[in-house]
Write a protein that binds this ligand. Structure first.
Ligand code: NAP
Length: 288
C-alpha cells in the first residue's frame, strides 16, 4: 500500500530490474516521490501503476531529484547512463548500487564528481525480496556528508552501513564478503567431489563437513585478533604440520573438476615462512 503523504525528498531510480524494482516499491511505501528510468520502458509499467513517475531520459529523471540510485547491471550500464549527462548537478547525490570492482567504483565516482554531484558507492548484500527488511545489508562508501544527508531514505532499503570515505571501499567490502561465501561453498563442493570420487556416502560425510565449517565461524574473532596483533600462535597445528596436510590435499584434488583451490600458492607461502624460521607459527601467519 503506497503512502499518499509524500516526503519532500524526490528520488530517481535508474534501472528497474530485480533490485531497482524492489527499491522503488520500498521508497514509494516510505512516502517518497520516485522518478524512474529504465532502458526497457515496459519494465517500469507496474511501478508507474504503484505511484512512480516515468522519465523519458536519465537526464530528466535526475533533473528533479536530490538522490539518484543507479540500480543497474554493471559498470558498462552505469557509464552509459552517466554519459547521457552533461549538466552541472551540484545538489545531487548519485549512488552506484551494483556489484563491481574497486576500479569501477573509482571511475563512476570520477564521472559523477565531474558533473558536480556527490558519489556514494554501494555494495548490495541482499536479495530483491529482502530489500526493506532486516535481512538486507547495503554497504555505502564515499562522501560521508552525502551518506548522512540521505541516511533516512537509505534506511528504508536496509540497515545502512557506512564503510569508508573512498568510493571503492563498499565494492571491496562487498566482493570480499562474496569471497568468504565462494571460498567456503567451493571448499565444501571440493570436499564432496573428492569424497564421492572415492565412493564415500556424501550424506554421511556432509555431517562432519558441517562441523568443520562451524570451526571456521567459531574462530573468526581469534583470527582477526591474531592479524591485528601480528601474533600467530599455532593453535591445533603449526605451519610445518599444516604444510604436510596441504600437500596431501593438493594430491587428493589432482584431476578434480574444481581444481585445487589455489593450495599450491598456499604451500609455497608456508614453505617461505618455514625457511624464514617461522614453522612454529599458526596458519594466520600466511596472511600476516
Ligand atoms: N538480484 C540479486 O539478488 C542481487 C544481489 C546482490 C547484488 N546484485 C547486483 O545488483 C545489480 C542489479 O541486479 P539486478 O538483479 O537488479 O539485475 P537485473 O534484474 O538484470 O536488472 C539489471 C538492470 O540494468 C539495466 N541495464 C543493463 N544493461 C544496461 C545498459 N547497457 N544500459 C542501461 N541499462 C542497462 C537493465 O535494463 P533492462 O531492463 O533494459 O535490461 C535493468 O534495469 C547487479 O550489479 C547485481 O550483481 C543483485
Amino acid at each position: 500500500m503506497v503512502d499518499k503523504k509524500r516526503s519532500a525528498l524526490p528520488v530517481a531510480v535508474i534501472g528497474t530490474g530485480a533490485i531497482g524494482g524492489a527499491v522503488v516499491r520500498r521508497l514509494l511505501e516510505g512516502g517518497h516521490d520516485v522518478t524512474v528510468w529504465n532502458r526497457t520502458e515496459s519494465r517500469t509499467t507496474e511501478l508507474v501503476v504503484a505511484g512512480a513517475r516515468r522519465a523519458p531520459s536519465v537526464r530528466e529523471a535526475l533533473s528533479t531529484s536530490t538522490l539518484a540510485l543507479l540500480t543497474l547491471k554493471d559498470q558498462q550500464a552505469v557509464q552509459q547512463c552517466l554519459a547521457q549527462l552533461d549538466t552541472d548537478l551540484p545538489e545531487l547525490t548519485v549512488v552506484g548500487m551494483y556489484t563491481g570492482t574497486a576500479s569501477e567504483a573509482r571511475l563512476a565516482a570520477e564521472r559523477v564528481t565531474e558533473l558536480g554531484a556527490l558519489y556514494l558507492g554501494a555494495g548490495i548484500q541482499a536479495a530483491p525480496e529482502t530489500i526493506g527488511s532486516n535481512a538486507a545489508t547495503i554497504l555505502y562508501s564515499g562522501s560521508r556528508h552525502a551518506f548522512e544527508q540521505h541516511r533516512t531514505t537509505l534506511a528504508l532499503l536496509s540497515s545502512p552501513r557506512f564503510v569508508g570515505e573512498t568510493p571503492e571501499a563498499a565494492a571491496v567490502w562487498d566482493l570480499a564478503l562474496f569471497g568468504v561465501w565462494y571460498d567456503a561453498q567451493l571448499g565444501l563442493l571440493r570436499a564432496l567431489e573428492s569424497a564421492r570420487a572415492a565412493g564415500i556416502d556424501v550424506v554421511e560425510f556432509s555431517r562432519t563437513a558441517s562441523a568443520q565449517l562451524g570451526h571456521v565461524v567459531t574462530a573468526v574473532p581469534a583470527t582477526v585478533s591474531e592479524l591485528r596483533q601480528a601474533t600467530y600462535p599455532p593453535g591445533p597445528a603449526n605451519l610445518s604440520e599444516h604444510l604436510t596436510v596441504v600437500r596431501h590435499l593438493i594430491e587428493l584434488r589432482t584431476g578434480r573438476r574444481l581444481g585445487d583451490g589455489g593450495l599450491p600458492e598456499v604451500a609455497a607461502r608456508i614453505e617461505t615462512l618455514i625457511e624464514d624460521g617461522r614453522g612454529d607459527e599458526g596458519l594466520t601467519a600466511t596472511a600476516g
